[in-house]
Design a binder for this molecule. Structure first.
Ligand code: NAD
Length: 360
C-alpha cells in the first residue's frame, strides 16, 4: 500500500527534523507493509527565496493531491531575517495560514503527554508529575472570536474596539464528532470546555456536544468551565483524556498543557479536515538559533508522523510502535541537547532519528 505524503521541510531546523521523521516512516513501512511516497514542496521562507511568495498555487495543489501533509516548521528570526521586512501577506507565516485555509483544516489536535523519563522537566509538584498525564487537546481552528467581524470605532472622542464570537451548530457538530471519534481511539472520555455560565455561543456549544454524545454511548462526557479547566490542568492533569473546546479557549489551554510537559521539542500536533486528510507538524517553531547544527530534537516531528499514521491512515499499530520506540530510546538514556539531563547520553538530531528507527 502506497501512502501519498506531501512534505514541507520548511525553514530553520525544519529540513533536519523532517528528514528524521521520513527515516522512521520508511522503517515503519517495511515492518507494517506500507510504502510512504514523499513529494516535497516549499513553503515559508524557503518558498519566498525561490518564488517570491510563501506558498505557490502549485504547492497548494501538490498538498491537496496527497493523503496527508507532514511539515517541519516555517519562519526565521523575526528581528533579523529579511523575510520580516516584507508586507505581512508575503511573510513566511502567511503561507501557513493559506495552506490551513485551502485545506479546510478546522480541527487542531495537540497531545500533551508526560514521559516518565522526562518527568523532571515538568514544572508541577512531584506528586503530580509522578502520576503522569496523557491529554489530547482538540481545538476548533477556523471559527469563533479570531474569525468574527471586528472593527475599531471612535465615539465622542473615545476609541472603542469590537470583536465578535460566532459559532453555528454545523461548526460545533463537526469538531465534536472529531473529538468523540478520537476519544474512541483513546480512553473514551471527553471534557468539553466552555463558558456556558456567560456566553450564548458556549450554551449552543454545550447543547450540540450533548447531541453528538448520544451517538457515542461508550464515551463519558463531562462539561467544564474554561477557568476551572485552566486550574485543573495544573492541579490534576491526569483527570483528562480529550479536551474539546473552541478556538480561543483552545489556543490558551493547549499552550498551558504543553508547558506543563516542560519539553517543547517533544510536542506533536495535527490539523484535520472532515475527511481523513490532515497536516501534521511539531508544536514548536523553526528554531533558527540552532538551525544547521544537527542538534535539534526530532521527536516532536517523529510523533507527528505517528499521529499521521493513526489519524489519516488508520495504522494504529504502526503509530503505537513508533511511540513505543521513542519511549524506549528515552528509557535507555539518550537525549538531544534540549532535554539533556545528568547521567544521560547526548546525541545529535540524526543520531536520535537513527536510534528510534533502529528500535522499531
Ligand atoms: P521556536 O519554537 O522556534 O524556538 C523557541 C526555543 O525552543 C528556541 O530556543 C529553540 O532553539 C528551542 N527549540 C524549538 N524547537 C526545538 C527542537 N525541536 N529542538 C531543540 N530546541 C528547540 O520559537 P521562536 O524562536 O519563537 O520562533 C522561531 C520561528 O518559528 C519564528 O519565525 C516563528 O514565527 C516560527 N514559528 C513557526 C511555527 C510553525 O511553523 N507552525 C510555530 C511557531 C513558531
Amino acid at each position: 500500500m502506497n501512502l501519498q505524503i506531501t512534505c514541507i521541510p520548511g525553514d530553520g531546523i525544519g529540513p533536519e527534523i523532517v528528514a528524521e521523521a521520513k527515516k522512521v516512516l520508511v522503517k515503519a513501512g517495511e515492518k507494517f507493509d506500507f510504502t510512504p511516497v514523499f513529494t516535497d514542496i516549499l513553503m515559508g521562507g524557503a518558498s519566498i527565496d525561490v518564488h517570491g511568495v510563501p506558498l505557490t498555487e502549485e504547492a497548494v495543489a501538490a498538498a491537496k493531491a496527497a493523503e496527508a501533509v507532514l511539515m517541519g516548521s516555517i519562519g526565521g528570526n523575526t528581528t533579523t531575517s529579511p523575510w520580516y521586512k516584507l508586507p505581512p501577506e508575503k511573510r513566511p507565516e502567511a503561507g501557513l495560514l493559506k495552506i490551513r485555509k485551502e485545506l479546510n483544516l478546522f480541527a487542531n489536535l495537540r497531545p500533551a503527554f508526560l514521559y516518565k523519563e522526562l518527568a523532571g522537566a515538568c514544572p508541577l509538584k512531584e506528586e503530580i508529575s509522578r502520576a503522569g498525564f496523557d491529554i489530547m487537546i482538540m481545538r476548533e481552528l477556523t471559527g469563533g472570536l479570531y474569525f468574527g467581524e471586528r472593527r475599531t470605532v471612535e465615539e465622542n472622542g473615545i476609541r472603542k474596539a469590537i470583536d465578535t464570537l460566532t459559532y453555528d451548530e454545523k461548526e460545533i457538530r463537526r469538531i465534536a464528532i472529531k473529538g468523540f471519534d478520537i476519544a474512541m481511539k483513546r480512553k473514551k472520555k471527553v471534557t468539553s470546555v466552555d463558558k456556558a455560565n456567560v456566553l450564548d455561543s458556549s450554551r449552543l456549544w454545550r447543547a450540540v456536544v450533548e447531541e453528538v454524545a448520544k451517538d457515542y454511548p461508550e464515551v463519558e462526557l463531562e462539561h467544564m468551565l474554561v477557568d476551572n479547566c485552566a486550574m485543573q490542568l495544573v492541579k490534576n492533569p491526569a483527570q483528562f483524556d480529550v479536551i474539546l473546546t473552541e478556538n480561543m479557549f483552545g489556543d490558551i489551554l493547549s499552550d498551558e498543557a504543553s508547558m506543563v510537559t516542560g519539553s517543547i521539542g517533544m510536542l506533536a500536533s495535527a490539523s484535520l479536515n472532515d475527511t481523513k486528510f490532515g497536516l501534521y507538524e511539531p508544536s514548536h517553531g523553526s528554531a533558527p538559533d540552532i538551525a544547521g547544527q544537527n542538534i535539534a530534537n526530532p521527536i516532536a516531528t517523529i510523533l507527528s508522523a505517528a499521529m499521521m499514521l493513526r489519524f489519516s491512515f488508520d495504522l494504529d499499530k504502526a503509530a503505537d510502535e513508533i511511540e513505543a520506540a521513542v519511549q524506549q530510546v528515552l528509557k535507555e538514556g539518550y537525549r538531544t541537547v534540549d532535554i539533556m539531563a545528568e547521567g544521560c547520553k547526548q546525541v545529535s538530531c540524526s543520531e536520535m532519528g537513527s536510534l528510534i528507527t533502529e528500535r522499531l
